[in-house]
Ligand binder design. Sequence first.
Ligand SMILES: CC(=O)Nc1cc[nH]c(=O)n1
Length: 106
Amino acid sequence: MLLTKITFFERFEHDILSGTKTITLRDETESHVIAGQTLPVSTFETDRWFCDIHIIDVVPILFSDLSDQHAKQENMSLSELRRVINEIYPGLEQLFQIQFCVVREK
Ligand SMILES: CC(=O)Nc1cc[nH]c(=O)n1
């Protein structure tokens, strides 16, 4: 079943809107989006809409294969990215990289 919306933590909002965060790493349950899809984006905390994103690509990626390139696309250092992802998805190895661009914002 394709997702019809996606949420991000409020702390990522600025980076998404400024274009410095261009990927999100999700677990399998949140990976059901496809290239070409446009999705409304809301905050996880209060469900406040703040933009629409266009999905460019979705590819599987292992936690152990995360690289500086992924970190750059998340606007983080690699150690920060590993810490953040391990906090959101403790111990999870199989992730999905969703690449996106903002097409409409508040
Ligand atoms: C709400 C939520 O899970 N947000 C996430 C999770 C992983 N990456 C990300 O950018 N945002």
